[in-house]
Design a protein around this ligand. Structure first.
Ligand code: GRF
Length: 208
């Protein structure tokens, strides 16, 4: 059984999709050992509590500097014997201490087809506003391993989603979540738990 930590900042619908996939057996090799939020009032923490999962708040603001925050995160992950860290709507740049301690063992979900509409400043509705402003007809979501750069690192899974006439950023965000994010994030966790994802020369190779 792989043990995962899910890091969150907000509503936690992606966390809920993971919890539901574990309960339904869609993910059958993984235990959600802890949920960590950088915000004490994130609704995602309530979702964790409702599911009986240990939930913590570790805020960068409570630490003297980034490296002290990074060490606190790594300590918490070690305490729960974490194999894989899942960033599910986590709006914090991952501290380098964490990346060094968990190389190719941290994954992130981004609501676009990377390398489009990603990087610093592309989060939440801003991603979907950018897709609509470009007139893209297709968008989607990406699960990737995390490295030092924002929304960068070997791509594990992607799913395309249609952009429709009359879409608002909110409508498009919802469609991307329903059709892509809530499916490919649990799927990636299950594939990694089954040992079906490796990184070769900077590229993630998935065998099914
Ligand atoms: C999702 O769109 C995710 O891709 C992005 O932030 C949003 C978080 O939503 N990184 P939720 O907190 O999982 O509901």
């Amino acid at each position: 059984m792989q043990k995962i930590a899910v890091c969150v900042s907000g509503g936690g619908t992606n966390l809920q999709a993971i919890i539901d996939a574990v309960h339904s057996g869609k993910i059958d090799n993984t235990q959600i050992a802890v949920v960590i939020s950088n915000k004490a009032d994130a609704y995602a923490l309530e979702r964790a509590n409702n599911a009986g999962i240990p939930a913590l708040c570790i805020s960068p603001k409570e630490y003297e500097n980034r490296s002290a925050f990074g060490e606190a995160m790594v300590d918490a992950l070690h305490k729960y014997n974490i194999d894989l860290v899942v960033l599910a709507g986590y709006l914090v740049i991952v501290p380098s201490e964490m990346i060094a301690a968990y190389p190719n063992k941290i994954i992130n979900i981004h609501p676009s087809l990377i390398p489009a509409h990603c990087g610093m400043g592309y989060y939440g509705l801003k991603v979907h506003e950018s897709v609509l402003a470009c007139g893209n007809k297709i968008t989607g979501a990406t699960v990737h391993f995390v490295d030092e750069k924002a929304d960068h690192g070997p791509i594990i899974l992607q799913k395309a989603v249609e952009v429709k006439n009359g879409d608002t950023p909110e409508i498009l965000q919802r469609r991307v979540m329903e059709q892509a994010e809530w499916n490919i994030l649990p799927e990636a966790i299950d594939l990694i738990g089954a040992g079906k994802v490796s990184v070769q020369n900077g590229i993630a190779v998935v065998s099914r």
